[in-house]
Structures are given as C-alpha cells and as structure tokens.
Design a protein around this ligand. Sequence first.
Ligand SMILES: C[S@@+](CC[C@H](N)C(=O)[O-])C[C@H]1O[C@@H](n2cnc3c(N)ncnc32)[C@H](O)[C@@H]1O
Length: 197
Amino acid sequence: MSFYFDKDTKVESKEVITKAEIGNTLFTFITDNNVFSKRGLDFGTRTLLENIKDIDGDILDFGCGYGPIGIYLKKKFNVNVDMLDINERALHLARKNAMLNNVDVMIFESDIYEAVTKKYDYIITNPPIRVGKKILYDILINAKNYLKKNGHLIFVINKDQGAKSAMHDLQEYYNVNLVVKNKGFFVIDCQNCWLID
Ligand SMILES: C[S@@+](CC[C@H](N)C(=O)[O-])C[C@H]1O[C@@H](n2cnc3c(N)ncnc32)[C@H](O)[C@@H]1O
C-alpha cells in the first residue's frame, strides 16, 4: 500500500500536465502517481488560495506536494517562499513546476519541521489529514515554534475532517479566526500572539 505522504514510492511514475486558473492567472502543474491530488488543483487548496489576501514577508508552504500553494503565492504577492514536503516525488515535481511557472522559491525535504531553521511570517498549508490526528496536530500546534511573533498559520480543513474541533483545540495556542467556509471547507487563521519572539 502506498500513500501520498510516503517519503519514497515504488508506484510507477506517470507524469501528467494539468492546468489551473487561480485568481485570473493560469498555472501549469505537472502531477504524478502517489502525490496528493494528482488530477490537478484540489478544491480545498483552491479555497485556501482564493482567500489569502495581502500577505508579506517570509512564507512557508508546509507539505507543498507538487507545489500549487508556494508557486501561486510567489507569483501573486512576490513574497519570499520556502516549500517543504516529506515526499521525494512531490519535491521533484514542485521543483519542475517552479521552473515551469517561472518562480524563484526554495524547496527542501523535511519530515514535519525537522529541517526548518528559521521563523516565518506565514505558514500556509493544506495539511495531510490521512496521517492521523496526532501528526496533524503536531504540524498545526508546532507551527507556532516556526512563526515570528504575530505570525499566522493559515490552513484549510474540511468539516468532515474535524474542522470545528481543530478550531476549538487550537485556541489554546493561537488567536483563531475563521476566514471563510465554502462547501464544507474551512479556511482557518491562527495568529501566534502568545509568545515573545
Ligand atoms: C493534503 S497534501 C497538500 C499538497 C499540496 N500543498 C496541495 O495543496 O496540493 C499534504 C502534503 O503534506 C505532505 N506531508 C505529509 N506528511 C508530512 C510530513 N511528516 N512532513 C512534511 N510533509 C508531509 C504530503 O506528502 C502532502 O504532499
């Protein structure tokens, strides 16, 4: 059995070219077997991206997959973008897609935050749900250690995947606000306002 969050895969590679219009800009993304949403831009990811306004500074795309979040944000806001994933095939695609869409971003392998060495103004993610609640919460809660003071973790999660309980549970760590709800997908903004930088 092989999953999109495996580090490497024996599933045969079969790259596919997909297109996505996000905020009036057309992107081309190559996807492949064993990466998340291989048929093209995920609806949750689209909902997240279409609701991100006016960001600036240093951005981390956590769990970049084939790269739609970091590539879109770089193109739209010209911010400094780092992108990480555990899945080697996804990282290979993200590098290819960054070149294809003419953006200059930093892409690196990391298991959760193990290779992260700096703090960000925004950590933006469509997080892996199928890894289970413990790892999901490790990702969401520990993001605060990699955010600057007043930095934001912004993520998308479906109501069937525990959106309401995530909003509730994260209030212990962040100032939590709902950005938008769209067809069951919640975009949630968690501001790191408790810690001193
Ligand atoms: C829901 S997918 C989102 C992919 C992409 N950002 C998108 O929106 O299409 C979550 C991503 O998190 C990655 N991931 C899962 N576990 C991880 C871990 N422990 N460390 C880093 N990335 C991980 C998966 O490989 C996957 O690419």
